[in-house]
Design a protein around this ligand. Structure first.
Ligand code: FES
Length: 54
């Protein structure tokens, strides 16, 4: 399952990035590519991305 369709970032890849301290849009983008496109993954309802502070 992809968390970020734009960057084709899968949920495990995303989880690994956040576990390693990627809690901003910029660090997520640098680490796994998520949040670098349309931004829809930042408002994904129950998705963990929605809990991030951006
Ligand atoms: S779905 Fe993540 S930036 Fe588009």
């Amino acid at each position: 399952m992809y968390v970020c369709i734009c960057a084709t970032t899968a949920k495990p890849e995303f989880g690994s990035a956040t576990k390693n301290g990627a809690y901003s849009k910029e660090t997520l983008g640098d680490t796994c590519g998520a949040s670098t496109g349309c931004g829809n993954c930042q408002n994904a309802g129950d998705d963990p991305v929605a809990t991030l502070p951006f």
